[in-house]
Design a protein around this ligand. Structure first.
Ligand code: AMP
Ligand code: MG
Length: 272
């Protein structure tokens, strides 16, 4: 199967683009190819499993995957798929909801920093510090001066994480407006899925283009070679999962991880 050229989906710093014109599905894929995505995911997930074990053993580096996207874009789904193939020893997911009163009384990175990965860990953020340049902006609670200052704080913060050995990869799960409608309808119809619904899902849907604009700005301002943003075509759950698994494998391979040497002389072992 063809490798994914991540460069095609990489957001270049400072270059404006239109999410509206960015595909939410890889183009020209017939059903036969779509079936391969799941098979390929299982194959690549085995590789991910091995790399994660090495990361955990080596304690040399850490990995932070930031997931952002509109409601029902599949953040929970990706986490479930990826985690079905890694050991919970050394992998963690952290979700960020509406800030609590205590959190609101601190700077916006306060609640984020202590959830970042330690060396040896993979951490996936289900929403993140980026919410603070999206929600309050779209709701008109902060002005341009504030969100631009926050972009700078975010870049400095992430660059500090990189200096501490943490690879930072950020993904926007890109679904179409129609696909969101379909998924929200499924949640309304399915009693097992209703619990996921929040009133804000429906009010935010009305602000779709304002959110797109805020995402575009945030991504072009804060993407860099060391802390890249990727727009992940996410209308197909199988393709989205495959993309993420491959991206994690790609990121871990670039770390050139090696297993630690045994802490004592193995030739001295007398195993009776
Ligand atoms: P969910 O991810 O579906 O559990 O929903 C969490 C909700 O919290 C979403 O509507 C987010 O937009 C909202 N949220 C998360 N972080 C923030 C933030 N910093 N400021 C305002 N709303 C936030
Ligand atoms: Mg929600």
């Amino acid at each position: 199967m063809k490798e994914i050229d991540f460069h095609n989906w990489y957001v270049k710093k400072g270059r404006a683009f239109q999410l509206e014109d960015t595909p939410t599905l890889p183009s020209g894929k017939e059903l036969a190819v779509q079936k391969e995505w799941l098979l390929e995911f299982n194959r690549i997930a085995e590789k991910l499993n091995r790399l994660q074990s090495t990361l955990h053993a080596s304690k040399a580096r850490g990995l932070l995957l930031v997931l952002q996207g509109m409601d029902a874009s599949g953040k929970d789904g990706v986490i479930r798929s990826v985690f079905s193939h890694v050991s919970p020893l050394g992998a963690r997911a952290e979700a960020f909801g509406v800030p609590s009163e205590e959190e609101r009384h601190h700077d916006f990175l306060w609640r984020i920093h202590h959830k970042t990965p330690a060396l040896g860990e993979i951490v996936i953020f289900n929403r993140s510090h980026y919410e603070d340049v999206l929600v309050p902006r779209v709701l008109g609670l902060i002005g341009k001066g504030t969100w631009e200052k926050r972009f700078r704080h975010i870049m400095n913060f992430e660059s500090m994480l990189v200096d501490a050995g943490i690879s930072v990869v950020k993904c926007y799960l890109h679904i179409s407006n129609q696909e969101q409608k379909k998924r929200l309808q499924t949640r309304l119809d399915d009693p097992h899925k209703r619990w996921k619904l929040q009133a804000s899902d429906f009010s935010d849907r009305k602000l779709w283009s304002k959110y797109l604009a805020a995402y575009q700005d945030a991504m072009t301002a804060t993407s860099s070679a060391a802390t890249p943003w990727y727009v992940v075509p996410a209308d197909s759950k199988d393709y989205r999962d495959l993309f993420l698994a491959r991206l994690l494998v790609h990121t871990l391979e670039k770390m050139h991880l090696v297993l630690p040497k045994p802490s004592f002389d193995l030739s001295s072992v007398d195993l009776k």
